[in-house]
Design a protein. Structure first.
Lengths: 114, 884
């Protein structure tokens, strides 16, 4: 538990929030961005992607806006970070950085001991 | 792509589908597009991944829904997954109704056991891989001659030699032919099945001798040394698995063979059921053609059988050019398994379908019982809904109950199936391929599990649907008035019973047709009299009996000696007894017009027989005479004589009344003419169901061959002669074993074994289905009568007579059964053409079978419903009205 008293984020949630830092994007673009950010490690399947986006939306970390171009079939939902989402992302980043610091320290000591 | 993916999206939770369906499809299409660049496998993986993906969002979705429900204040009773308590509850409620539960479990167990039994056979024959590396790359090859009416001619060694030099698509080709060898040592002789194989056989099968080595190309040549590689079983049995056996010699067919290796256990099953391998010793420069060997090859990776066949045909071209300009004999290639199981394919698929239908009948029965139970429990369900149980919860409860039933039925079925397999295997003819083993393996277990799951799906839907359908009010209404069954429930019950009858009809008609065909085949006249005839075979090693006079002298002595046995009435010798070997060649008839160039040239079966053979076998003479004692023995210049069979007369002398006295000769330039002295009736040499080929009998004295079958006719039990025949033969030559010892009746039964087995199995299935259908209709109409007690009471009170009540009950039940029967007859008319190849000319719409099946079914439906109808008639109006 971190100081916001929320459980640790799922990796894909973290990456999705991260993908939105640069501005609003739609689902397909986010999936590509996540793949790029994670060095092809994380592949988001359709149902998982949109399920996660809905969950983040429910949580109030992202908002969605529907842009309606002339062609109805081109309709896409665009997502952007909310304030709460930005804070959650920052908090999770801090938490991860803390974990990394501790882990580095221990590994270094273990390396010296052996 | 998108449209197909849309079907997957339909399985996703609704809000996801409605909000994001289009974008999901777009994302998916993008993934497929990118995967396409990496090949078909990648695309397939994307599809699988997408399906898993949609399955994976469901748990989140469910917990989300639960959270939402929690938010609006409905009691969150579904949260803990109370599987344990569900199972306990199911067991309690099932054990409360011991009879119904026992019935259901027994029916499921029988259905599953029958399926497990049949599947284990299918598994053994068709699915279980050969015990060799990459068995699917093993190919059978041989030569065929459509114009000689021969599907398999056998391979001529020079042809094989040509192929193995020129072919490009096989890793290796090998030739084999099985023969039995006399193996002799100090304490007597033994007949051992050996395979003559070319030296590539170990490469084709990818087996390594466990000790010693395989023979090389030099040993596998006409001048090579005599060596042998023992099979594992033979090594264990005869030498106790002693490795010191290498380098010692084994006397086979009178010749010393050096043992150079021992094969691993898996090679014991191939080729044939050979117990040891000896070199083929083929001569590429042999004179003339000798077709008879079989081939097995290992394809290179990625090559298919048709390609390999084209490759062999290409390699065969020089032979076409050199000596077969008419392209009569040429090679073909087939997967090894296909050739081994071709006699069983139709029978096995018929049995699988039949046993599947049987399981369906059992499931319909179980569904009916469970539905009746569920309808009787509507009051319980109503109360539970009234006090706040969700329908989902009730459905889950019922589902768990079904799964528990199916699991018990499945386990029992597997146990019963294990036992059924043993019975079945005991029934299997010994003509089954020797490599096929039958038994419970992982595949059979998985099959049983799937069968059990299928049964849940088949029988579980109806009860579940009806138990929780309907609104609260009617359920509560039923609390006050439990006797009324919902109309829908009753209709489903009737549909189930009708379905059972339809399937039972199908099985009865199919079984009846096959049984009639079996009867017809069994009663075919074999053309000889098998009663009291014992046959066995003797083979003279050419190392000792190396010329014709020596062999003839031995056969004469053997015949005389056998005639002296106590109980022997007559004795005769023949090279190929009925259902035995085949020795084919071609003939020309004198004075008949030559065959057209494109006409099929019939292969003629040659048999060499002694005069005593005809009376011993009871072969009937049509005209002319049988052989006489000195036929073929008189001095030079004597006219050579033959006896022909009816088919020969019909094929070679069409329109000639009596061909006795005419002359025939073998094809070939200088073959001498032979006078026909007798015409005999056909003997069904290739089996009762197969057509007979033209046949010629030669006097044995004219050509004393090495291997002969001795037939002894006795008035008593032929098996009683075996011991004394063995002793007498040992006196003549202690190193000659008897083999193929069997009575002619046994041999006849053996040819019918496959048909007998599946006909009986199908009859048993049909009978079981009939019993199940009877049980089903009895149970359902008993239940309906009980439910209608009050209604019947009112009717009686209002003046209905007992006859009216009985008629009323019978009318509905019989109408349901009749509906099912009509459906079944229609289906069988549509489906029986698939049986045609097994029916041996029995008409698929055989009126006797159809009307017989209908009569049996209707009659048994009447009997099964008479009891409930009588019970209905005995309803006491006062009593039944008061109980409510």
């Amino acid at each position: 538990m971190n100081r916001y008293n929320t459980p640790a984020m799922k990796t894909r949630e973290y990456y999705l929030l991260l993908a939105l830092v640069g501005g609003a994007r739609h689902g397909l673009a986010m999936a590509r961005e996540v793949e790029r950010l994670s060095d092809q490690e994380i592949k988001l399947w359709p149902a998982t992607l949109y399920g996660t986006l809905d969950a983040l939306n429910d949580q109030g970390w992202i908002t969605e806006s529907v842009q309606t171009p002339a062609d109805e079939s081109e309709r896409k939902r665009f997502y952007s970070l909310t304030r709460a989402g930005r804070q959650a992302l920052a908090a999770e980043t801090e938490r991860l950085a803390g974990v990394v610091r501790i882990a580095r320290g221990r590994l270094k000591r273990a390396g010296e001991a052996s | 792509v998108r449209r197909t993916y849309w079907w997957l999206v339909c399985l996703a939770p609704r809000h996801l589908r409605e909000r994001h369906g289009a974008e999901m499809a777009e994302l998916f299409a993008d993934a497929v597009e990118r995967a396409r660049a990496r090949g078909r496998l990648a695309v397939a993986l994307v599809w699988i991944g997408a399906a898993l993906d949609i399955a994976a969002v469901w748990p989140h979705e469910l917990s989300r829904r639960r959270r939402q429900r929690g938010r609006i204040g409905i009691p969150d009773q579904g949260r803990p997954i109370m599987l344990g308590s569900d199972i306990r509850f199911a067991l309690r409620s099932l054990s409360r109704q011991k009879f119904a539960t026992g019935l259901v479990v027994a029916m499921l167990a029988i259905g599953i056991a029958a399926n497990v039994g049949v599947f284990s056979i299918v598994n053994g024959l068709f699915l279980r891989p050969f015990p060799f590396d990459d068995p699917e790359r093993l190919m059978f090859f041989n030569e065929k001659a459509p114009r000689w009416n021969l599907e398999i001619v056998g391979i001529n060694f020079p042809d094989f030699d040509q192929w193995r030099k020129d072919q490009k698509l096989f890793e290796a080709l090998a030739l084999w032919s099985t023969s039995s060898l006399n193996v002799a040592d100090g304490n007597g002789a033994e007949r051992v099945v050996a395979a003559s194989v070319t030296h590539e056989m170990d490469d084709v099968l990818r087996v390594q001798p466990i000790i010693g080595r395989m023979f090389n190309g030099e040993e596998d040549s006409p001048k090579g040394e005599y060596v042998a590689v023992l099979g594992y079983g033979f090594w264990q049995q005869r030498f106790g698995g002693n490795p010191a056996v290498l380098g010692t010699t084994l006397k086979m067919n009178g010749r010393a063979h050096t043992i150079i290796g021992v094969l691993p256990r898996e090679a014991d099953t191939f080729p044939g059921d050979a117990r040891l391998w000896v070199p083929f010793r083929g001569d590429p420069n042999q004179e003339g053609q000798s077709y008879g060997a079989n081939g097995v090859g290992r394809l290179k990776a990625g090559v298919t059988a048709p390609h390999a066949e084209k490759d062999l045909l290409r390699a065969h071209q020089p032979i076409f050019d050199k000596r077969d300009r008419e392209r009569i004999v040429f090679p073909f290639v087939q997967p090894l398994r296909e050739i081994a199981v071709r006699d069983y394919r139709t029978a096995a698929s018929t049995l699988s379908v039949a046993v599947g239908l049987l399981l369906a009948v059992a499931c319909a029965n179980v569904a009916a019982v469970m539905l009746a139970r569920a309808l009787a429990r509507r009051r319980e369900m109503g109360i539970r809904v009234a006090v706040g149980a969700s329908r989902w919860r009730l459905l889950r409860q019922l589902f768990v109950e079904n799964v528990v039933l199916a699991a018990i039925g499945g386990v029992l079925g597997l146990a019963l199936g294990h036992w059924a397999i043993r019975i079945l295997v005991a029934q299997l003819p010994d003509t089954a391929p020797p490599w096929a083993t039958f038994g419970l393996d992982l595949r059979v277990m998985v099959f049983a599990a799937f069968a059990s799951i299928a049964t849940v799906l088949l029988f579980g839907w109806a009860p579940a649907l009806h138990a929780v359908r309907g609104d609260l009010r009617s359920a509560m209404h039923n609390v006050a008035n439990a006797a009324f069954t919902s109309v829908g429930g009753r209709r489903t019950l009737r549909v189930l019973v009708a379905g059972e009858f339809a399937l039972a009809t199908l099985l009865l008609i199919g079984g009846g047709l096959l049984f009639r065909a079996y009867d017809r085949v069994r009663n075919i006249d074999p053309g000889f009299d098998p009663h009291g005839v014992l046959t066995f075979t003797i083979s003279l090693p050419d190392a000792i009996y190396n010329d014709a006079p020596k062999r003839l002298a031995f056969w004469d002595r053997a015949e005389q000696r056998m005639a002296q046995l106590a109980g022997a009435r007559s004795v005769g010798l023949v090279n190929c007894p009925p259902f035995g070997c085949h020795w084919g060649s071609f003939y020309v008839a004198e004075g008949m017009p030559p065959r057209g160039a494109n006409e099929a040239s019939p292969v003629v079966l040659n048999r060499f027989a002694t005069p005593g053979y005809f009376p011993t076998m009871g072969i009937r003479l049509e005209s002319g005479r049988f052989f006489e004692a000195d036929d073929g023995r008189r001095s030079e210049g004597q006219e050579r004589i033959v006896i022909i069979n009816q088919t020969f007369a019909k094929t070679y002398f069409p329109g000639v009344g009596n061909p006795v006295g005419r002359r025939i000769r073998s094809t070939g330039d200088n073959a001498p003419w032979n006078r026909i002295v007798g015409l005999v009736e056909d003997v069904k040499h290739y089996g009762l169901e197969r057509p007979m080929r033209p046949g010629v009998y030669w006097p044995l004295a004219q050509r004393p061959v090495e291997t002969m079958a001795i037939a002894i006719k006795t008035d008593g039990d032929p098996d009683a002669l075996i011991a004394s025949a063995r002793t007498a033969m040992r006196e003549l030559d202690a190193e000659l074993p008897l083999f193929g010892v069997r009575s002619m009746e046994q041999a006849l039964r053996r040819t019918l074994a496959v048909r007998t087995t599946y006909s009986w199995m199908l009859a048993v299935f049909a009978f079981t289905a009939l019993l199940l259908a009877l049980g089903g209709t009895y149970g359902v109409s008993s239940y309906l009568v009980t439910q209608r007690t009050r209604e019947i009471g009112i009717r009686v009170a209002l003046g209905a007579r007992r006859g009216d009540i009985v008629r009323g009950v019978l009318h509905t039940s019989l109408a349901v059964a009749a509906g099912g029967i009509v459906l079944g007859v229609a289906a069988s008319l549509g489906l029986s053409r698939f049986l045609e190849s097994l029916l041996f000319g029995v008409n698929p719409t055989d009126a006797l079978i159809l009307s017989g099946a209908i009569a049996v079914l209707l009659f048994s439906a009447l009997v099964a419903n008479a009891l409930p109808a009588r019970r209905a008639a005995r309803v006491d109006p006062m009593h039944s009205l008061r109980t409510e």
